[in-house]
Design a protein around this ligand. Structure first.
Ligand code: ATP
Ligand code: MG
Length: 347
């Protein structure tokens, strides 16, 4: 069973320079208790995707959203998060507070600087769970212990600025866990932290997931951190899905040249740990040349073509559709890639 099925999601913004198509016809699914990593470089549309799903984009005539986001609610029925008439804002607010939680890169944008940590968590518990003051305080302490904050009782009385970056991110996670979400959307939750703290936070999220069975949409620009923390990967480029696969076959045999480039950007040790095939003589770090083309003037063909070393004439003709990747290896059944080379290889 899937917790979330996103189908044909598109989000565009009307700017003074024209329409920016930030997300185009994006589809993916997240199984119950599974983690899907949404990966892509800056500007590929990852945050717009999460904000659209949470209905947190300012709703103006300059924003256009289409598609479906079918969410299996705790009560049973499947609700379309993007269907405004069927799911009015009042009901969406209840889902946002109680079933879907979100954590962001910078905890200070979500934590209130003038409220003690304990009071913030307790407030959320009173609001969403209807707990009284004493019960909320006790539960806030349990939550801090759950996210492995030492001396929880003491920390409850502190203000966010008194905590380190890693501690603040743990508080954010505690806050997100307060409503026992069935879906956690984590948008670059660890990019602001140093590498060892990053690993600890990701491991913590994984443990909480094993304990609660929640699903996670994990957004990152770093394919390296995905290997140990995701079940499935969706790679975005310029607003579109370019490759989707379970994590092991994706690392072993990336099909889209962009995914291959992202993997080649990782240090070889990280690649091997992730299960990628060692390629002797090609162990140097390789950056992907060029830049993402402007969303205002996309090239007519494949958006990655101007940066692709493997491009052929057909790539410039039209945007390739997503092709199912042929059964070349184990785990290939659930794979797809948006590339003419993939289509040729499997036909
Ligand atoms: N409100 C807005 N109005 C106009 N354009 C926007 C708006 N929000 C986002 N965009 C554009 O949409 C595209 C996708 O942005 P998004 O923030 O989703 O990227 P991202 O993948 O999250 O990048 P990063 O890794 O830097 O966080 C970008 O080109 C961005 O400039
Ligand atoms: Mg972002």
């Amino acid at each position: 069973m899937n917790r979330l099925d996103v189908r044909g999601l598109s989000t565009s913004f009307h700017t003074d320079d024209g329409w920016v198509h930030a997300v185009v016809d994006l589809s993916f699914s997240i199984g119950v208790g599974h983690t899907l990593a949404l990966v892509g470089e800056s500007g590929s549309g990852k945050s717009v995707t999460s904000l659209t799903l949470m209905r947190l984009l300012a709703r103006t005539t300059r924003t256009r959203v289409s598609g479906q986001a079918l969410f299996a609610s705790r009560e049973g029925p499947i609700v379309d998060l993007l269907d405004l008439p069927a799911l009015p804002e009042s009901r969406m607010r209840a889902i946002r507070g109680n079933q879907i939680s979100m954590i962001f890169q910078e905890p200070m944008t979500s934590l209130n600087p003038v409220l003690r940590v304990g009071a913030q968590i307790a407030e959320s518990l009173r609001l969403h769970k209807g707990l009284d003051r004493m019960a909320a305080q006790a539960q806030a302490r349990r939550l801090l212990e759950q996210v492995e904050i030492p001396e929880a009782a003491q920390r409850l009385r502190e203000y966010p600025h008194q905590l380190s970056g890693g501690m603040r991110q743990r508080v954010m996670i505690a806050l997100a866990m307060a409503c026992e979400p069935t879906l956690l959307i984590a948008d670059e939750p660890t990019t602001a932290l140093d590498v060892t703290i990053q690993a600890q936070i990701l491991a913590l999220m994984r443990r909480l997931q094993a304990h609660t069975g929640m699903s996670i949409l994990f957004i990152t620009h770093n394919l390296g951190v995905v290997a140990h923390h995701a079940d499935d990967v969706a790679v975005m480029y310029a607003g579109r899905l370019v490759e989707a696969a379970p994590v092991v076959p994706l690392f072993a045999q990336p099909r889209h040249p962009y995914t291959q480039g992202l993997l080649a950007c990782l240090p070889s040790r990280q690649r091997l740990q992730a299960g990628a095939v060692a390629r002797s003589g090609h162990d140097r770090l390789r950056a992907i040349r060029g830049q993402v083309s402007s969303p205002l003037a996309p090239p007519p063909g494949c958006a990655f073509e101007p940066r692709c070393d493997q491009a052929v004439a057909a790539c410039r003709a039209e945007m390739p559709p997503l092709h199912a990747v042929g059964p070349a290896g184990p785990g290939d059944a659930d794979r797809s890639a948006r590339c003419v080379l993939v289509a040729e290889a499997s036909s």
